[in-house]
Ligand binder design. Structure first.
Ligand code: HPA
Length: 276
């Protein structure tokens, strides 16, 4: 995808989708691998593989299906991203965030995202859910590089409310209502695909991180540029490197995500219901 022609390409892809699907989503839910059961309760589903969508790249990570699913939940139009694009797959930064530009063009106002993380906070354990209150971008890149300059005004995106304070409040009300304990903390993003060293995790902890992962931050930066309101849940899949005994594996992460799915899916459903 041509960076110089970014916005026209976004428009073309959005138009293609609008011609195919009558659902007009205002809410987008990005599912981390393992959280697929969220899709089961969506009505009137229209599923489109990323590989069939003009200008969309293909995800390569194991456990990520790679489709957009349009439908309704409790009468509300939404779109689900099942699988997403990661920096560690080799995609250029502007390619990773392309879908969010398309979703904004389709009318999406709320971005609910989920991810798998290593627990950096010593009080967190695998199986915990953490609502993200802020992030530390340790990826060494910014996905708006080369994109934001194409907009004549407001090239410099504010991230002071990156994770929307009102949505965090709503989430606290919802989790109290359903009796689910949800931790809160700061998400640090590293580029991957290697997990962190023990020293890196200790440094991230000193910087204020509570969890570490390899996704989410590019999408949240793009969403803020696009004036979407963001709510993010991190699933603590493993203790981060310096709290981990032995070798870290992707299988451990996938197993933990499958086990966590019921409570995260419930939380997402209850939040979607409450969105205006
Ligand atoms: N580090 C980075 N990304 C991750 C981890 C981790 O420990 N667990 C799941 N995704």
């Amino acid at each position: 995808m041509d960076l110089d022609n970014y916005f026209p390409t976004v428009d073309d892809t959005a138009t293609w989708l609008e011609e195919k699907v009558s659902i007009k989503p205002t809410v987008a839910v990005v599912l981390s691998g393992g959280l697929d059961p969220f899709v089961d309760d969506i009505d009137d589903r229209v599923e489109i593989s990323y590989k069939d969508i003009p200008n969309f790249p293909s995800p390569k990570a194991e456990g990520h299906a790679g489709k957009l699913i349009f439908g309704k939940y409790e009468g509300k139009d939404l779109v689900v991203m099942q699988g997403r694009f990661h920096y560690y797959e080799g995609h250029a930064p502007h390619v990773i965030v392309f879908p969010y530009f398309v979703l904004a063009k389709l009318g999406v106002k709320y971005l609910l995202t989920t991810n798998a993380v290593g627990g950096v906070n010593k009080n967190f354990k695998p199986g915990d859910v953490m609502m993200v209150t802020d992030h530390i971008n340790s990826m060494g890149m910014n996905p708006l590089r080369g994109i934001a300059v194409q907009r004549k005004t407001e090239q410099f995106t504010s991230l002071t409310n990156a994770y929307d304070a009102e949505l965090q409040k709503l989430s606290r009300t919802v989790s109290a209502k359903i009796g689910l304990e949800v931790k809160e903390g700061v998400y640090a993003a590293t580029p991957g695909p290697s997990y962190e060293t023990k020293a890196e995790v200790a440094a991230l902890r000193d910087m204020g991180a509570d969890a570490v992962g390899m996704s989410t931050v590019p999408s949240v930066i793009a969403a803020n540029f696009l004036n979407m309101r963001v709510l993010t849940y991190s699933c603590i899949a493993n203790p981060a490197a310096d709290l981990h005994s032995g070798k870290m594996t992707h299988k451990e992460v996938l197993d933990a995500m499958n086990a966590l799915a019921p409570k995260v899916v419930r939380l997402l459903q209850e939040v979607v219901k409450e969105l205006k």
